[in-house]
Design a protein around this ligand. Structure first.
Ligand code: GNR
Ligand code: NI
Length: 170
């Protein structure tokens, strides 16, 4: 296992569309294990492969956050098949936009179809924080970061703060 470096804004990689996975094999599972370790180390509740530099349609999510037993789930080639009409607002953060938060509106519930860690097809109905997190991670696969929903002015401020944070850190 390995902890991988996390790509931050304004890296142009975060604007790219990730490609579907062809085959769920041991090599892919080893990469997914590294994603999970990287997410726990950060720490975060979700991570998309593009955030560690690989343009593949893979997510890992664990919304348990140490309150309960760990509950990691991998989502390969995920597709949202339904979203609710009712909306939730969460104060979202992103490992690619460290230390910055904003209230983002999204459908409160969604259904998502995906391949799991074994390569088996699954469909789940997600609510609350899991629904928000799945949609946030799906956005990454399509080149979208939560600050893209803010005004151009606010987005510019967020990017500037991340650049400053990154400079002061190294
Ligand atoms: O760790 C994370 N927390 C979070 C909080 C609210 C809404 C979405 C998230 S996802 C984020 C990790 C991340 O950047 N995933 O892409
Ligand atoms: Ni994110």
């Amino acid at each position: 296992m390995a902890i991988l470096p996390i790509v931050r804004v304004p890296d142009p990689l975060l604007k790219k569309i990730s490609k579907p996975v062809n085959k769920v094999d041991d090599k892919l599972r080893s990469f997914m294990d590294d994603m999970l370790e990287t997410m726990y180390d950060a720490p975060g509740i979700g991570l998309a492969a593009v955030q560690v530099g690989k343009l593949l349609r893979i997510l890992v999510i664990d919304t348990s956050r140490g309150e309960e037993d760990p509950n990691p789930n991998f989502y390969i080639n995920p597709e949202i098949t339904w979203t609710s009409k009712d909306i939730n607002i969460y104060n979202e953060g992103c490992l690619s936009v460290p230390e910055q938060y904003a209230d983002i509106e999204r459908p409160a519930e969604c259904k998502v179809k995906f391949l799991d860690y074994s390569g088996d097809l699954q469909e789940i109905h997600a609510t609350n924080l899991l629904a928000t997190c799945i949609q946030h991670e799906m956005d990454h696969l399509n080149g979208i970061v939560f600050i893209d929903y803010l005004s151009k002015l606010k987005r510019g401020m967020y990017v500037r703060k991340v650049k400053k944070y990154t400079m002061e850190e190294d």
